[in-house]
Design a protein around this ligand. Structure first.
Ligand code: GLA
Length: 652
């Protein structure tokens, strides 16, 4: 990775790729290009233009008409920001980002490069942060913007990483989807006209994942150049790729610019969330392995990050809202007989929650429904030799809840307008301290009072028409980012308070499956679609950016509840073992043969779980190209063990 401070103090990007010695500035070309402006410093040299030169951190207002990484609206209403190099330093270890998730590393594992840039007129500074982790071929990037000027400025666009390529033809690999069909694989040429992947939903979203790969035309799983950019963030984002007028490629990863405007007063600073980048000269497998290893070891935290996760049974598809204390004990009894290690009580245990219209926010145990206290129920499950976990959806509020009756202003609703409902629920204003304090207190209280070892943290709608009563009118453009910071604050408090707790992320399945969440939750419910065959595609797409230890997958009943497909029990087990493994069906209704197979699957997983969760994962076929069968393999990094799985998806 090479960059250069040029004669005028601009920071030019020279190269990212295979290890190479020597300065690469011969890659820069200088021509008099029409309608490509020239900085004043260049005098009348028309061949010098920011519109054509590759840059580390392009800003609006320097004569570069490609997409900028940073746009600032100055106090005089102009949009100019002309950052020039001031100084740099290299330190051992990896920078951290207070309040934000980020890759971490000790002094032996990483180095940090900090480059200070400044606009001479406005005194706006940007500290470009680079974390270098050679053992995974990872470079992380973040930027701290500091306003050293005398007037308030507004940041209206902020990306933490830009990659400029002066030559080459690339494909853009991205992961699109919808609820219950996340992270479909798409590979298209980067072409003239910008391609944008983004979320405006307040979460990273089912629709586009905040990860993209630029791959050479001939790049395969085993060979060829490829670059990944993965955003360590769980809210609105924007990823862009574009071929410019000179056939150069620019890729950007950062915050969404729509509905975003962040004021910075004198002396204030703003941190752009981190982008993780990696390069592979040997194709997509190595690219994914770099990300997997880095995320598993240096992003996930807590007791469970490198432990095989318990095999669990979840009550949702078993009983939905219709469980009782007795039915849960029955589920527990069957689970214990099969060797299952944890029972998870999903939605419906609190307030008056017997359907999805009510009670979000009222995180009080419904003891009538359980027929006992939560503590008593858990003790009985523990006595069967199993751990216990619960589902919770902290960021939400039902209009029919005591919380809403007490604090209607805690919901994100625009004054004078009717709220927009989704799954009949509203969203809490996570930018408010009283809300995040309340949630932290409630969650800690629930976990403290009973022996809860796991939490599935759900989020079942998107943000829209949002307004915070606590933010001044001209600061509403901060709201969506402050929401995410509030979420991280609560997650951090809970994980610090209970380092033993296993957190599973969820947002209607995989609507917030991103590297930001992995900092708090080492695993995420991959999709509400539990059909084994469709999961092959969802899990395949997920595997490009995220380790298999983070992919939560369960065996469910047939006909499947989402698409009514009938799939052999064995196949369902094999597909669910692609990630952290569990069951989600009424175990008492299983046939004897199914019980026998489940017992064998669980025993097999217990024996080989380390390989499945922490081995190197190889995609041997693509379920998007080969509709007949899908093959994948795990291999232990020391070569001691490997397992190949083959699933026929069509039979002639
Ligand atoms: C979401 C989750 C499901 C389940 C339900 C409960 O859809 O993704 O797994 O927990 O909520 O309401």
């Amino acid at each position: 990775y090479q960059m250069q401070i040029d004669r005028y103090g601009f920071l030019l990007h020279l190269y990212y790729g295979r290890y190479a010695e020597g300065c690469m500035d011969y890659l820069l070309t200088y021509y008099d290009r029409g309608f490509s402006a020239n900085p004043y410093d260049a005098d009348h040299d028309r061949s010098y233009s920011m519109d054509a030169l590759p840059q580390e951190f392009p800003t609006s207002g320097t004569g570069d008409f490609r997409s900028p990484a940073l746009t600032i609206k100055n106090s005089d209403g102009t949009y100019s920001c002309d950052l020039r190099y001031q100084s740099h330093r290299i330190t051992k270890g990896k920078y951290g980002l207070p309040g934000l998730p980020a890759v971490y590393a000790d002094e032996e594992e990483a180095e940090t490069l900090e480059i200070l840039m400044e606009d001479a007129v406005t005194k706006v500074q940007a500290v470009l942060l680079y974390g270098v982790l050679p053992k995974y071929d990872i470079i992380t990037r973040s930027v701290r913007i500091i306003n050293q000027g005398e007037d308030t400025i507004h940041i209206s666009k902020a990306a933490s990483a830009c990659l400029d390529f002066v030559s080459g033809d690339y494909d853009l690999i991205s992961f699109y989807g919808r609820h219950a069909m996340e992270r479909n694989f798409q590979r298209v040429p980067v072409s003239h006209g910008k391609q944008i992947l983004r979320s405006r939903r307040g979460t990273s979203s089912h629709q586009y994942n905040p990860a993209m790969i630029l791959a050479g035309k001939d790049t395969t799983e085993e060979a060829g150049d490829c670059y990944a950019m993965v955003f360590v963030y769980s809210g609105c984002f924007k990823a862009e790729a574009e071929k410019d007028q000179f056939n150069q490629t620019r890729a950007l990863m950062g915050l969404a610019s729509e509905m975003f405007s962040y004021p910075l007063g004198t002396g204030d600073s703003f941190v752009i969330p981190e982008t993780v980048m990696t390069y592979s000269a040997e194709g997509l497998s190595v690219l994914s392995h770099n990300l997997h290893r880095c995320f598993r070891n240096n992003l996930c935290r807590g007791r469970w990050k490198d432990q095989v996760r318990p095999v669990l049974v979840n009550s949702w598809e078993a009983d939905y809202f219709n469980f009782t204390g007795e039915s849960l004990l029955r589920l527990g009894k069957h689970a214990a007989e099969l060797g299952i290690e944890m029972l998870v009580l999903d939605d419906g245990w609190f307030g008056e929650r017997n359907d999805d219209n009510t009670s979000l926010g009222d995180w009080q145990v419904n003891e009538d429904k359980l027929g006992c206290t939560m503590g008593e129920l858990i003790r009985k499950i523990n006595a069967m030799g199993m751990k216990f976990g619960i589902w919770i959806e902290p960021e939400m509020i039902s209009e029919d809840s005591d919380l809403y009756r007490a604090h209607p202003d805690w919901a994100l609703v625009i004054p004078g307008r009717q709220p927009i409902r989704s799954r009949s629920q509203l969203v809490l204003d996570m930018s408010r301290e009283d809300v995040t304090d309340y949630l932290t207190e409630r969650i800690c209280d629930i976990v403290e009072k009973a022996d809860i070892q796991y939490i599935k943290w759900d989020m079942n709608r998107s943000l829209m028409a949002a307004y915070s009563a606590k933010l001044p009118r001209d600061c509403q453009g901060e709201l969506r980012h402050r929401y995410v910071l509030g979420l991280y604050k609560v997650l951090e408090a809970v994980t610090q308070r209970f380092p033993e707790l296993l957190l599973e992320g969820c947002s209607g399945g995989g609507g917030r499956f991103d590297a930001g969440m992995l900092y708090y939750c080492p695993q995420i419910w991959c999709s509400d679609n539990t059909d084994a065959i469709e999961r092959l595609r969802i899990q395949y797409g997920t595997s490009f950016g995220y380790p298999m230890s983070s992919v939560s997958a369960h065996v469910s009943v047939c006909p499947n509840h989402q698409n009514h497909r009938v799939t052999p029990f064995k196949t369902r087990g094999i597909c669910a073992m692609q990630g952290t493994f569990g069951y989600e069906l009424d175990l008492s209704k299983m046939t004897d043969e199914e019980k026998k197979m489940a017992g064998e699957q669980i025993a097999f997983f217990k024996e080989h779980g380390r390989l499945f969760q922490f081995g190197d994962y190889y995609r041997l076929t693509s379920p998007f190209e080969n509709r007949d069968y899908t093959v994948w393999e795990y291999a232990a990094q020391d070569g001691s063990e490997a397992c190949m799985s083959v699933v026929y998806t069509d039979m002639y």
